[in-house]
Design a protein. Structure first.
Length: 191
């Protein structure tokens, strides 16, 4: 009977170790299969900040000669900027800062035409300024609820507009990566 008990124990142990091997194999296959589907997220280090920006474009992006005054209000923070065309127009390919009180990120900027180039897995873009075409670009940090813009040329009104700002979430490093910022953008076209 001892021989029978010993053989039964060996069979039971063999069956148990076989089950352990089957379970371990199943776990290894499952980890390999499911682990391969979820690659680790790689995040870049691009930063961002909450802010609002707006552009003003004249018809055909051509600014008529004259003395311009720009008044901007973000929830009680008032700014005044002045520029004269053609004197304030930037040289080819550059941005011309406007004289603003208090200081504001306001520029006359050349319109550009961009072409995309693809080579294998890489993509690049080349942008060329369009001669004699410019727009006004203004940016401010923070998340004000309203924006008021008034633009005059030689004392005559060109634009008088009030907007309630709508902010969207921006994640420059991808949806699973920090940081997350709130930004709003408005475009004005002059008549």
């Amino acid at each position: 009977m001892a021989a029978t008990d010993s053989a039964a124990k060996r069979r039971a142990m063999g069956y148990g170790s076989m089950m352990v091997r089957v379970v371990l194999t199943f776990v290894a296959v499952a980890v390999a299969a499911f682990g391969a589907c979820s690659e680790p997220t790689t995040c870049t280090d691009v930063g961002c900040s909450d802010g609002v920006s707006f552009t003003v474009r004249p018809q055909g992006s051509h600014w008529d000669e004259g003395a311009y005054s720009l008044a901007v209000a973000f929830e009680g923070a008032d700014y005044g900027c002045t520029f004269t065309v053609p004197d304030a127009l930037p040289s080819a390919g550059s941005w011309q800062p406007l004289d603003c009180t208090p200081a504001l990120q306001a520029y006359l900027t050349p319109e550009v035409k961009c072409e995309e180039h693809k080579s294998g897995d890489s993509v690049s873009q080349v942008c060329t300024p369009i001669p004699d075409q410019y727009y006004l670009q203004v940016s401010k940090d923070g998340t004000p609820a309203t924006l008021v813009v008034t633009l005059q040329r030689d004392g005559a009104p060109l634009l008088d507009d009030t907007r309630t700002l709508a902010y969207g979430s921006v994640q420059p490093n991808g949806p699973e990566c920090a940081p997350s910022c709130r930004q709003a953008a408005v475009d004005f076209m002059l008549p």
